[in-house]
Design a protein around this ligand. Structure first.
Ligand SMILES: O=P(O)(O)OC[C@H]1O[C@H](OP(=O)(O)OP(=O)(O)O)[C@H](O)[C@@H]1O
Ligand SMILES: Nc1ncnc2[nH]cnc12
Length: 178
C-alpha cells in the first residue's frame, strides 16, 4: 500500500464533531503506528529539504506532533506557535477564523528573525485561517515563509488559496488531499 492509502486507512471520520456539520478527521490512530509516523516524518523531511528552510514552526496543538519530529530529523530549531496567553515574554499575535469558531495564535518575538526562512507545520489545513495567521506573524516580523506542510488538506475549503494570497510563492505539501 502507498503512504496515502495507508494514511487514509487509519484516519477516521467522525461526523458532527466538535459541532454539527463538521466531519472531524481523527488522527489519533496514526500515533499508535510508529512505523507510519516515521514514514510521515520522512516524507515531510524530503519536502522540507527542497524549501531550504532554517526553522520549523509547529502550530498548537496537533502541529506539534509533526513539527517536533520533523525538526529533530532535519536538525533544525523548532518554534511553537501557541494559542493566546500560553507563551511568556514578548509575543506577536494574529487572530483568525476557524471552521468551528475563532482564535488567535502567538509566537515569541525572539524566535522571529528577519530574513530567516521558516516552514510551517500542522496536521490539517481546513479554511487555512490558522496556518495563514502563523504566516502573517512570520512575514510581518521580517521572516520568510518558504513552505507549509500538512498531513491532511480539506480541498473543498480552499485553504491553500488563502495561504497563497499572503505568501504567493510559497511551496505547499499536503500528504493526503480529501
Ligand atoms: O485551516 P483551519 O480552518 O484554520 O483549521 C485547521 C486548524 O484546526 C485545528 O486546530 P484546533 O484549533 O482545532 O486546535 P488543536 O490542534 O489544538 O486541536 C488543526 O489542528 C489546525 O490547526
Ligand atoms: N474537519 C476537521 N477535522 C479535524 N481537524 C480540523 N480542524 C479544522 N477542521 C477540522
Amino acid at each position: 500500500m502507498n503512504l496515502q492509502n495507508e494514511l487514509l486507512s487509519v484516519i477516521k471520520d467522525v461526523p458532527d464533531f466538535p459541532k454539527k456539520g463538521v466531519i472531524f478527521k481523527d488522527i489519533n490512530p496514526l500515533f499508535k503506528d510508529p512505523q507510519l509516523m516515521k514514514k510521515v516524518t520522512a516524507q515531510m523531511a524530503e519536502f522540507a529539504k527542497l524549501t531550504n528552510i532554517q526553522h520549523i514552526v509547529g502550530i498548537e496543538s496537533r502541529g506539534f506532533f509533526f513539527g517536533m519530529p520533523l525538526a529533530l530529523e532535519l536538525n533544525l530549531p523548532f518554534i511553537a506557535a501557541r494559542k493566546k496567553g500560553k507563551l511568556p515574554g514578548e509575543v506577536v499575535s494574529e487572530s483568525y477564523a476557524l471552521e468551528y469558531g475563532t482564535d488567535s495564535i502567538e509566537i515569541q518575538k525572539n524566535s522571529l528573525l528577519k530574513g530567516q526562512r521558516y516552514l510551517i507545520v500542522d496536521d490539517i489545513i481546513a479554511t487555512g485561517g490558522t496556518a495563514n495567521a502563523a504566516a502573517k506573524i512570520i512575514q510581518n516580523s521580517g521572516g520568510i515563509v518558504s513552505g507549509f506542510t500538512f498531513l491532511i488538506e480539506l480541498t473543498f475549503l480552499n485553504g491553500c488559496e488563502t495561504l497563497l494570497k499572503t505568501t504567493p510563492h510559497v511551496q505547499i505539501q499536503s500528504l493526503i488531499k480529501v
